[in-house]
Design a protein around this ligand. Structure first.
Ligand code: FAD
Ligand code: FMN
Length: 809
């Protein structure tokens, strides 16, 4: 064959009969090379051939047809629906082999907790491959085993399309690093992928504590005789465990670390019931999350693990590869050109994959830091584990298996029927009727530094909305401490009187406690109110800035003065004076802003504190000024009223506050008299890169709570009551702060009560609004659906376990 450079555009001229765009059966590219006969490559080849039988499809696989790697693969009902529709024959063949069950067992601290209603189907990965191999043979796909793919440049020249389905270590991908811009994130746990001839009845998580650390097992049945059994351990525990020495020698491709396998067998004997662990090319590895900025380069496209990976703890690798195959085959038939098809494939798949990767990231981090939760009771631990990826939530688990959630509720001192967000909490002497906080939400409406009419309206609205606590937005302790020229302050009698009068007006209509956040904005002071982009600009004719070190916020900002001791003493005195005023004005709680790059925060972070005196250097020194401020405030703030501190537990920039430092900071705050920590992150440096996403700051609240025992407030992209309940019941925080969602809906808490049919004391409707306390009926409420089935299918049982008939070996 004479190689002809083709590329994306060239394929137009190479088509056979032109097909109709959007019609199944449109031919698309005629000559396709697939690198790798894993599940992704084979399924794609079969579907692409089925859609256009005249196509010539060649699959290159370096291993033999009979070579077997891996054990069981798990699918969700959603993936199965896709496979059923795309290729009923493959679906029928794999369905016949499924192990099916609905329970998840969590074995921890010598006990087992079971959550039902989940719905799993699993089969032997090698049986899946065999079924796909057979399908490819029936469809006359040319699969060449024991044939490493020819160089990719040759393939892209010879074929209209080259599909790189060559797995997580894809050599094809590595050929074009600039085109794919691959990011490989090697994670912090070690794991070893094994099977056992113990047939588990359910998806089983085993968490065992040893003197070297925690071993966790992800196990699930996949046939009448086998279960997958993945043993995972944090890197530091792995080093202590002695496994390292055993894994030290070089293993050939396909060889297993049998010494480690035997040791796992000994350590986990109690869960194996006399059964063996069965290796297959099993050795300790670290999971790599693969991300690619692009999945395509001219007529070469990545598929499955080559394009992306998602930690095995959410059981998605094979599922994502099959879904990719389906989407790519469909796009080739639906789109008019190869270019359009590859674009459509990536456009359709990328958001799905990224969503799975976000869930996988939360899940893998949960397991990497499992030691934070091993102090929890078994019920809470089980709930925490199940909600780790944020995809499964309180409401979700309740819908699947209400008895499980009721048991967790009861075990942590709640009562079934009272959602966790509506349980009271005592902070200091203050009784909060529920666990919802309105965090500080500045209004930027105070040109005269007095609380504005809008502050009054907003705080009153939020108080009427039924949260446990409302905190007024950042209020400066001095004129130079104002973040913007439209922020209020609390340094004068006039301001104190205005705040006091505002509180009186709220109290006339609501008994919701109201706190205030005090701050000195440091190098972030003297800006305009934030514009539509959420960013304030340096004020023309602003005032001199104060900071630990003369480092401007960004290139457009003025350089702050390095604060001297006299200035710091003055700031400390200002904080104390404002706190006294806040107490006299009648605030129920006080929050100190020690985060977000304001003055005190800048002392804490090594990125912003470069001082060489005793206020700089190691954390113990960087803590000095913050602790002076806290001590001065604690001395004047009434003992029974909660004193909260907001921190930035991470800077999201290299060299910033570490998790260890965040814990040490909170420990010091606790010792100095803080009653709770409001755990935020970021805004410390302008070049931060936070991984924004649902509940992305919550793990820091959980870290602080577990490490210090201090009550924590979780904040940041927690918007639904379901997420709030999940955070609270899992013990990740004691309170949840809901910011923007309460700007969207100031009655967020009361609406959450209505949506959950909760009418108890945790949600108090203002008396004049009582008539509105039920959710209004929707537009279709008067439509009653007729019966559409002769006999309704009975609801599936909540608990379905895998109990195959015993198989004679
Ligand atoms: C040791 C191990 C065990 C696993 N076990 C399981 C399991 O039991 N269950 C599960 O759900 N997931 C398992 N996985 C994850 C799973 O393999 C992937 O998520 C899933 O198979 C992705 O499918 P894929 O087709 O994209 O890639 P893969 O299944 O990795 O397939 C890639 C294929 O490409 C071939 N290949 C690579 N380079 C070349 C080349 N140059 N020329 C020709 N062929 C090439 C490889 O031999 C392989 O057959 C396991 C992973 C590992 C590392
Ligand atoms: C309009 C607005 C004003 C804010 N003002 C403050 C503030 O004064 N002090 C503060 O610490 N955080 C402030 N924040 C941050 C919020 O308190 C909260 O931490 C953030 O919005 C994340 O929570 P959310 O995702 O629920 O909105 C503000 C946020 C918004 C949207």
């Amino acid at each position: 064959m004479t190689p002809q450079p083709r590329g994306t555009q060239g394929t137009r001229g190479t088509r056979g009969t032109p097909g109709t765009p959007g019609t199944p059966g449109a031919p698309g590219p005629q000559r396709i090379a697939v690198i790798g006969a894993g599940p992704g490559g084979l399924y794609f080849a079969a579907l692409a051939k089925q859609l256009a039988p005249q196509r010539e499809i060649t699959v290159f696989e370096r291993d033999g047809r009979e070579d077997e790697f891996g054990f069981g693969v798990v699918f969700s009902d959603e993936t199965l629906d896709g496979i059923a529709q795309a290729d009923p024959e493959v679906f029928a063949a794999i369905s016949a082999e499924f192990a099916r069950w609905s329970d998840i067992d969590i074995r921890y601290a010598g006990q087992v907790r079971t959550s039902g209603g989940h719905g799993f189907a699993a089969l032997d990965r090698n049986r899946l491959r065999a079924i796909l191999q057979r399908r490819c043979a029936e469809l006359a796909v040319d699969v060449r085993y024991r044939t490493p793919a020819p160089p990719v440049e040759r393939l892209t020249a010879e074929y209209d399309l080259v599909v790189a389905a060559d797995g997580i270590h894809s050599a094809t991908r590595a050929t074009y690093p600039e085109a794919f811009r691959t990011e490989l994130d090697v994670r912090h746990c070690r794991y070893i992928w094994l099977a056992t001839d113990r047939v588990f009845e359910a998806f089983t998580f085993i968490v065992e504590e040893f003197d070297f650390g925690v071993l966790q097992v992800h196990a699930y049945p996949y046939s009448a005789t086998r279960s997958t059994f993945i043993v995972e351990i944090a890197e530091d525990a792995w080093h202590r465990s002695g496994f390292e020495a055993r894994a030290g020698h070089e293993l050939a491709r396909g060889e297993s670390d049998t010494e480690s396998v035997r040791r796992c067998e000994e350590l986990l004997a109690g869960h194996l019931g006399g059964h063996r662990l069965i290796p297959n090319a099993s050795r300790w590895i670290r999971f790599t999350t693969v991300r690619n900025a692009s999945w395509r380069h001219r007529n070469l496209v990545l598929l499955g693990d080559a394009a992306h990976s998602a930690h095995f703890s959410i059981g998605s690798g094979t599922k994502l590869a099959l879904e990719d195959a389906l989407a790519l085959a469909a796009a080739l038939s639906e789109q008019p050109t190869l270019d359009a098809a590859l674009t459509a494939y990536e456009t359709e798949r990328r958001p799905v994959v990224e969503s799975a990767q976000r869930a996988a990231q939360a899940s893998l981090e949960w397991f990497e830091t499992i030691g934070r939760r091993t102090g929890q009771g078994v019920d809470r631990f089980a709930f925490n584990l199940l909600t780790r990826s944020r995809r499964v939530t309180y409401g979700n688990l309740r819908a699947r298996d209400a008895a499980f959630v009721d048991a967790v509720d009861t075990a942590v001192g709640g009562s079934p029927g009272v959602p966790p967000m509506f349980r009271p909490l005592k902070l200091g002497a203050l009784e909060l009727r529920n666990r919802v906080v309105v965090p500080p939400l500045a209004t930027f409406t105070s040109p005269d530094a007095l609380p504005s009419a809008f502050d009054r309206a907003q705080l009153t609205g939020h108080a009427l909305g039924g949260p446990g606590l409302v905190i007024a937005g950042m209020t400066a302790v001095s004129p130079e401490g104002r973040a913007t020229d439209r922020c209020p302050g609390l340094w004068s009698d006039h301001q104190e009187a205005a705040w006091s009068e505002l509180l009186d007006s709220i109290r006339a209509v609501s008994d919701t406690p109201v706190g205030i956040q005090l701050t000195h904005a440091g190098r972030r002071a003297a800006t305009t109110a934030p514009g539509p982009d959420g960013i304030g600009r340096p004020l023309a004719g602003g005032w001199p800035l104060l900071a630990p070190s003369p480092l401007p916020w960004d290139a457009d900002s003025p350089t702050p003065h390095e604060a001297n001791e006299v200035q710091l003493e003055a700031v400390t005195a200002d904080f104390a004076a404002s706190a006294e005023r806040a107490a006299r004005a009648g605030f129920d709680a006080l929050e100190l802003q020690f985060g977000h790059g304001h003055l005190v925060s800048s002392f804490l972070s090594p990125l912003t504190n470069h001082r060489t005196d005793h206020y700089g250097g190691p954390l113990s020194h960087r803590l000095l000024f913050p602790l002076e401020v806290l001590a001065a405030v604690r001395a004047v703030w009434p003992a029974g009223r909660p004193l909260l501190v907001r921190i930035s537990a991470a800077d999201w920039a290299p060299g910033g506050t570490t998790e260890t430092a965040a814990v040490a900071i909170c420990q010091a705050l606790a010792e100095a008299g803080a009653d709770a920590v409001d755990v935020s992150t970021g805004e410390v440096v302008a070049h931060q890169r936070p991984p924004y996403g649902r509940g992305y700051q919550t793990p820091f609240a959980e870290l602080v709570r577990a490490a210090t025992g201090l009550p924590t407030i979780a904040v940041g992209a927690i918007s639904g009551h379901d997420d709030a309940n999940s955070v609270l019941l899992a013990g990740r925080a004691d309170l949840v702060a809901i910011g923007r969602a309460q700007l969207y809906d100031p009655l967020w808490t009361l609406h959450a009560a209505a949506e959950q049919d909760y009418t108890g004391p945790g949600a108090r409707w203002p008396e004049p609004w009582r008539a509105g306390s039920r959710r209004p009926p929707g537009p279709g409420a008067d439509r009653v659906a007729p019966r559409l089935h002769l006999l309704r299918e009975p609801a599936p049982p909540v608990h379905r376990r895998w109990r195959p008939a015993p198989v004679e070996e």
